[in-house]
Design a protein around this ligand. Structure first.
Ligand code: OXD
Ligand code: MN
Length: 598
């Protein structure tokens, strides 16, 4: 039946290894989705939500031991440890294959082996790539339906010999005939999420949740894709993509990398507070960029849905996300209301009674959160009221600016434009976020998360920086401008100085006008900062002092940061590209000179 011989051979190989009862090739249809959800309803893992309040939506509860990505069990199995780098757990590919073969032997007994042909990106886009995930989890099949493009069209596109990334997944609990299945089968003691960048394979065992199990997302679209991108000369990034339109109707596309818990989804769906500006969403988590023949860098969102963190999402923080969730949704590990709807912290006032994510009674007096902090919604991107009409454009959208950002109480200003691509790469390489405990912004408590890729770069981070530098040598005249932004500065009392959310549109406007050559900037030792009055602050109650705090060059703060950056770089041995070492030296020199003058 399958005309792709290599695919057929691989399926046979995995079938005989895993020994499932039967094999189903998924077609991506609504009927198939409903079948999966019915299986989950029958097993007790899913509950149908109130049809009037939340049509065609489900609440799924995972095993409390299987609730998040497990970085400590995530491996990059490159030929040598140096290729994986200190940013990854490494295992020798042959040793890992032997371990995995032992675990996968017979692991699907009593279960169905589902084969999911999926496209990351609109089918047929020159920026898209194809994967095939084998799984024994109906939850994974249903979620992949929402998060990727699944089915016949993908197989057709693959033809007889197209390239695909093989992804093997099992919850890791075979069912012998007399066994009763657990509601959420998983095997956390033997969990492995293993990537083979040379052969471009993914093997995941023991978890049924999120990034451990939906292998198109972090495993393929970031870890394996970043390795492919290095080989093939493109970029696979942990970035949102937004479309920004000014009152005259000109649009620009902006990509932005922010570590977890820095509001990426909120920024992608932002509603501007400045009149007649518009933000539309192309993607909220992952961005693949390739140069096209016109010399510009074009981006697609390789995903088809949002797998967003529910807690903290509400009508205040992100109305567009809330409106996306009105129907056709899978919620996982949120709380259930007495009338069969969902609730989580940050959605609004807590009801008097709930069933919490573990299935227990909950009242506002309970000591534990009602929803798990990593509770998620899974919903088609097409349902977002702010989705840009070109979000599925095969050619992608041309990127005019790239933002890097983190959560910093001090030192890093509201917005800083890089003089060129190399300085922009330097900005990306030093992205850091304060751990929440470090609310006072003490420098020692920073976590470096270069380009927000620390958990997702499929090879040595220093080689990845070199790849960024090399990308900047191509099509120099058309490269996006790079900006370092920080919405999270605090005053002496620990309050946020910048109001954030919709007001971030003011910073986006300055960035847009810089691209258009309309806004002015001043050259400083750290980069180009907005000149006085160049950010639109009309209607915003911001004091001179606050503005000064947001846009000042903290010379001493930066000088204290330099040795930390040096230490961080030295953790990559001598692999750090000389261009970045040079940027660090130039910055140090400029800061010292500025200090002398001051
Ligand atoms: C995510 C993450 O789930 O970045 O998107 O962890
Ligand atoms: Mn992410």
């Amino acid at each position: 039946m399958l005309k792709h011989e290599r695919l057929a051979d691989w399926l046979e190989e995995i079938r005989s290894l895993c020994e499932p009862d039967s094999l189903v090739i998924c077609n991506g249809s609504t009927e198939e989705y409903n079948q999966m959800m019915n299986l989950l309803l029958k097993s007790g893992a899913a509950r149908k939500l109130n049809e009037t309040k939340r049509p065609n939506s489900y609440l799924v509860r995972s095993d409390p031991a299987d609730v998040a990505r497990v970085e400590s069990r995530t491996y990059i199995c490159s030929e040598s440890e140096g290729e994986a780098g200190p940013n990854n757990n490494w295992e020798d590919p042959e040793t890992m294959k032997a371990t995995l073969h032992g675990l996968f032997k017979g692991c699907m007994r009593g279960r169905v082996m589902y084969v999911i042909p999926f496209s990351m990106g609109p089918v047929g886009s020159p920026i898209a790539h194809i994967g095939v995930e084998i799984t024994d989890s109906p939850y994974v099949v249903a979620s992949m339906h929402i998060m990727t493009r699944v089915g016949e069209k993908v197989l057709e596109n693959l033809g007889r010999d197209g390239e695909f990334v093989p992804c093997v997944h099992s919850v890791g609990i075979p069912l012998e005939s007399e066994d009763e299945d657990s509601i959420w089968p998983c095997n956390p003691e033997n969990l492995y999420v293993a990537h083979f960048p040379e052969t471009k394979e993914i093997w995941s065992f023991g978890s049924g949740y999120g990034g451990n199990a939906l292998l198109g997302k972090k495993c393929f679209a970031l870890r394996i894709a970043s390795a492919m991108a290095k080989e093939q000369g493109w970029l696979a990034e942990h970035m949102l993509i937004l479309k920004l339109t000014n009152p005259e109707g000109t649009s620009r596309y902006i990509a932005g990398a922010f570590p977890s818990a820095c509001g990426k989804t909120n920024l992608a769906m932002l509603i501007p507070t400045i009149p007649d500006w518009k933000v539309e969403t192309v993607g909220d988590d992952i961005c693949w960029m390739k140069f096209r023949p016109d010399g510009r860098l074009y981006a697609i969102n390789p995903e088809a849905g949002f797998f967003g963190v529910a807690p903290g999402t509400g009508m205040e923080s992100n109305p567009n996300a809330m409106r996306s969730l009105e129907k056709d949704c899978i919620f996982t590990n949120v709380a259930e209301t007495d009338d069969g709807d969902v609730w989580w912290e940050g959605m609004g006032p807590a009801p008097a009674h709930l069933i919490d994510w573990k299935g227990n009674d909950w009242t506002p007096k309970s000591n534990e959160p009602a929803a798990h902090p990593n509770a998620r919604f899974t919903v088609s991107a097409a349902q977002c009221p702010a989705i840009a009409e070109e979000w599925e454009e095969l050619s992608g959208v041309p990127i005019s600016a790239i933002l890097f950002g983190g959560r910093r109480a001090t030192v890093v200003p509201l917005v800083n434009e890089a003089r060129d691509w190399v300085q922009g790469t330097f900005f990306g390489s030093i992205v850091s976020s304060e751990k929440t405990a470090a609310a006072d912004g003490k420098i020692g408590e920073l976590r470096r998360d270069p380009m927000a890729m620390l958990p997702f770069c499929g090879y040595n981070m220093a080689d990845y920086w070199s790849h960024w530098i090399n990308m900047g040598k191509k099509n120099k005249d058309f490269l996006p401008k790079i900006f370092y932004v920080n919405w999270f500065r605090k005053d002496g009392e620990g309050n946020f100085v910048w109001p954030g959310f919709g007001e971030n549109s003011r910073v986006l406007k300055w960035i847009f006008d810089r691209i258009e050559g309309k806004a002015s900037a001043i050259e400083t030792p750290i980069g180009n900062l907005p000149s006085p009055n160049s950010i639109d602050l009309e209607g915003l109650n911001l004091s001179e002092r606050d503005l000064d705090n947001l846009l000042k060059v903290e010379i001493d703060g930066w000088l204290e940061e330099i040795p930390l950056i040096r230490d961080y770089y030295s953790s990559y041995g001598n692999k750090v590209p000389k261009e970045l070492e040079n940027e660090l030296n130039v910055l140090t020199e400029k800061l010292r000179r500025a200090k002398k003058v001051a």
